[in-house]
Design a protein around this ligand. Structure first.
Ligand SMILES: NC(=O)c1ccc[n+]([C@@H]2O[C@H](COP(=O)([O-])OP(=O)(O)OC[C@H]3O[C@@H](n4cnc5c(N)ncnc54)[C@H](OP(=O)(O)O)[C@@H]3O)[C@@H](O)[C@H]2O)c1
Length: 376
């Protein structure tokens, strides 16, 4: 049983600065909720000249991220660097040393989640990643914990705020480039929006969802994806005239024949939950055999919202360490099956003659799979 848990933070940018600030300013609340004391021992950054929050002592900062991971007094590593180069090496190094890891890194989990889960399990270390999918929406916990006693049949949603921000601006009459520039100005799109507009980000998220929902070693490069860069203002306007909105939808579905997954811009009826999204808002629909249809909606990105998810994981790990509990029970994602093939399925959806490039989203597909499984 731990009396004081050492915490090391990797990254202090949009998400990390919010996490660091709250770890320092809200210590009383976090310690009360987790039942354990903690010490923020170090914060790894890249640029030592950048201005940082006044709540963070200068002595905490280091440019040597490895030293944070290697510090024997660090029990919990929070990784909010991002990407799959330095962050991958550091997370792997931390898990190998038996450190518990909390991360918001969807690229890493989408591409290497199954391998990292196996590594964490072999070291009896926690690997938690609520912040990696849909920002503040607790979808990881919902799939991995709340629905652990049910059979998940499908998960679908609008999980990339950059795409939604661009598509919703295009509904106001702007072209793609102008809408992208607006999204960047408002902080909904990064300076390099490639991963978002080409569907890579959504593919990472749906891969993580498939790992959690179906216990499959699905990785994002295996998921069929189409981005929104070829969506025109004319398409968006025509869709509105037909009673639809174009939304970038990510979906994964279990059928008796296997797992279907795809990410693409589709036509969504204006009254549908997916259509009623704007800017960074995400919406995720889960269909489970016994729980039925669940809708989760909320802020899908941003420093504070993502830090909320990260800190939820931090409290969970602190609490478990305080109780002297291990991390060998992890539900469906504990031992991912290797059958990782997924097939695209949006071509099974119907289309209109006016906009033949877009499938029309239809919840009936998830119902059909539900019926098939229930009757099997
Ligand atoms: N931003 C969001 O809305 C959001 C939402 C959900 C999930 N996420 C995920 O959260 C993670 C962090 O995103 P972010 O937006 O906070 O990124 P960010 O603003 O670019 O911050 C990255 C941080 O990592 C530091 N860093 C980069 N390379 C490093 C290295 N080799 N060693 C030590 N520190 C290094 C940077 O240092 P400097 O400060 O010195 O530059 C910076 O503090 C990513 O995985 C992202 O996908 C972000």
């Amino acid at each position: 049983m731990k009396t004081t848990v050492g915490v090391g933070l990797l990254g202090c940018g949009t998400v990390g600065s919010n996490v660091a600030d709250r770890l320092q300013r809200e210590r009383d609340i976090i310690e009360r909720r987790s039942g354990v004391r903690y010490e923020l021992r170090a914060i790894a950054i890249q640029d030592s000249l950048k201005r940082r929050s006044s709540a963070l002592e200068r002595r905490l900062f280091t440019r040597d991220a490895r030293s944070v991971v290697d510090d024997p007094h660090v029990d919990l590593v929070i990784e909010v660097i991002g990407g799959t180069t330095d962050a991958a090496e550091l997370v792997e190094r931390a898990l190998e040393r038996g450190r518990h890891v909390v991360t918001a890194n969807k690229d890493l989990l989408g591409e290497q989640g199954p391998r990292l889960q196996a590594l964490a399990a072999s070291r009896r270390a926690a690997l938690r990643f609520e912040g990696a999918v849909a920002g503040a929406i607790p979808i990881v916990r919902t799939l991995g914990e709340a629905l652990a006693g049910d059979e998940i049949l499908s998960v679908a949603g609008v999980v990339n705020g950059t795409c939604t921000a661009i598509l919703s601006a295009m509904e106001e009459g702007a072209g793609f480039d102008e809408s992208l520039a607006r999204a960047q100005r408002l902080g909904y799109a990064e300076a390099d929006p490639g991963n978002d507009v080409e569907g890579v980000d959504a593919a990472h998220k749906i891969a993580v969802i498939a790992q959690l929902a179906f216990g499959l070693a699905v990785i994002s490069p295996r998921i069929a994806r189409t981005g929104i860069s070829s969506v025109t203002q004319r398409d968006v306007a025509r869709a509105r005239m037909l009673g639809f909105r174009i939304r970038h939808v990510a979906a994964v579905l279990r059928t008796p024949d296997g797992v279907l997954a795809e990410v693409a811009p589709v036509l969504v009826a204006e009254s549908h939950e997916f259509a009623r999204t704007a800017d960074a808002e995400n919406v995720v629909q889960v269909v489970a055999r016994d729980a039925g249809r669940l809708i989760l909606r909320g802020i899908g990105a941003g420093g504070a919202a993502t830090a909320s998810a990260v800190l939820g994981d931090v409290v969970t790990v602190l609490h478990a360490l305080g109780q002297g509990r291990g991390f060998d029970l992890r539900g469906r994602s504990n031992s991912l099956e290797t059958a990782s093939r997924t097939e695209p399925f949006f071509d099974r959806l119907s289309r209109t003659v006016e906009l033949p490039n877009y499938a029309i989203w239809d919840d009936a597909l998830t119902n059909v799979s539900m019926q098939a499984l229930v009757n099997a």
